[in-house]
Design a protein around this ligand. Structure first.
Ligand SMILES: *Cc1c(COP(=O)(O)O)cnc(C)c1O
Length: 400
């Protein structure tokens, strides 16, 4: 903010405005765009000033592992968009999840995690948290009875991602928040797929929101980063962990994310519009067995997504008639879409989950998660939808 007048004017502003203006602090140069503070450390006015900043009596910067003005602008903007007291930038989405766990869990705690989360998240809980004495139960995203049954006296955290990847299953966040409250545990929501443009979990009762800024917050596939969002009380613990252990966000990346955020709402609407159109078209194609997208009225999560989200997002998946070979033939037949596992990019990406993103699951776990060999995931980008349709048509022609 330049001054208190501008700060007051943004109170209660729309998401579009906050995504462009929240968190700006101008330097004495009066620059219009956000500056990048590529500096590892800061000079002090005097020995007394140094002492005051080190002790925390003065709020000034000391070292960029602690604070950095560009990262702070990113954090204030994310907090404004999620409607949170505070956000903390991290080196990656995984660093955001790790920092949350290290800051808020202790040995002997129990975590209940959705089985349908990002694969690396499963490894983080199953391998590393387990190594430090945190027990983890994995349960199916939509089976609230199983979540309830899994609760123990030492349950400290429920971890969920909605909509899920790649089948777009939609979890009822308000119901999960109720469960978290009743069991005195924290509800942590990975909001990577929706972003605050489409869904604000804190407003539904979640305690903490996780972001991989690498995806839609950047929006153009340039940088790796993440964020943890929540109350001052919880973020204070996360900040202490980051300052001590170091997986902080780079100021250069923070600047790239700030530029990405300026177009967040427009992009999320366009991703969602393109995805909805492609999903409807795919449903009518003879080579397609089934389409998974919460924007389709026959998707089991449709009504809930309508209530909980502002649009249905950019990720969809579909099963082709046949098996793995047919799915691979369709993927190898497209010419515009990029064959890559990344998502949240202006460029449409296409991938075969069973042999890439979900390839490390056992065949049994994969079947339980509904990831069949004939399934293809698309993270729909911002190209013209007619060209994307023509590209899929090209792919489907390979199995016609
Ligand atoms: C990519 C992703 C992550 C991990 O983020 P990185 O920035 O790659 O560390 C976490 N959760 C979800 C849902 C993701 O898609």
């Amino acid at each position: 903010m330049t001054d208190d007048t501008e700060f007051d004017a943004l109170a209660g502003a729309h998401l579009d405005t906050l995504a462009i203006r929240a968190g700006i602090t101008r330097s004495l140069e009066g620059e219009h765009a956000e500056p990048i503070f590529l500096t590892s450390s800061y000079v002090f006015d005097s020995a007394a000033d140094a002492a005051a900043r080190f002790s925390g009596d003065s709020p000034g910067n000391v070292y960029s592992r602690y604070t950095n003005p560009t990262v702070r602008t990113f954090e204030e903007r994310i907090a404004a968009l999620e409607g949170a007291e505070q956000a903390v930038g991290t080196a990656s989405g995984m660093a955001a999840i790790l920092s949350t766990c290290m800051a808020l869990l202790k040995s002997g705690d129990h975590v209940i995690c959705s089985r349908n989360v990002f694969g690396t998240t499963v490894n983080l809980f199953g391998k590393y948290m387990a190594k430090f004495g945190v027990e983890v139960s994995f349960v199916p995203l939509l089976e609230l009875d199983q979540w309830r049954a899994a609760i123990r006296p030492n349950t400290a955290m429920l971890f969920v991602e909605t909509p899920s990847n790649p089948l777009c299953e939609v979890a009822d966040l308000a119901a999960m928040a109720e469960l978290a409250r009743a069991s005195d545990s924290l509800l942590v929501v990975d909001n990577c797929f929706c972003t605050p443009a489409l869904q604000t979990p804190l407003s539904l009762g979640a305690d903490i929101v996780i972001h991989s800024a690498t995806k839609y917050l950047d929006g153009q596939g340039r940088c790796v980063g993440g964020a943890v969002v929540g109350s001052h009380r919880h973020m204070e613990e996360v900040v202490t962990f980051l300052r001590t252990c170091g997986p902080t966000m780079s100021p250069f990346n923070a600047w790239v994310f700030l530029k990405g955020l300026e177009t967040l709402r427009l992009r999320m609407e366009a991703h969602s519009r393109n995805a909805l159109e492609l999903a409807g078209w795919l449903q009518q194609q003879p080579g397609v067995e089934r389409v998974f997208y919460a924007g389709l009225p026959d998707h089991p999560g449709h009504e809930l997504a309508r209530r909980q989200q502002r649009a249905f997002g950019g990720v969809l998946s579909f099963a082709v008639k046949g098996g793995r070979q047919q799915a691979w033939d369709v993927i190898d037949g497209v010419r515009i879409m990029s064959l890559t596992a990344n998502l949240g990019d202006a460029k449409t990406t296409i991938v075969h989950p069973a042999t890439t993103t979900h390839g490390r699951l056992s065949p049994g776990d994969r079947a339980a998660a509904g990831i069949t060999d004939n399934l293809i995931r698309i993270a729909v980008g911002l190209e013209h939808v007619d060209d994307l349709r023509a590209d899929l048509q090209r792919g489907l022609a390979a199995i016609a």
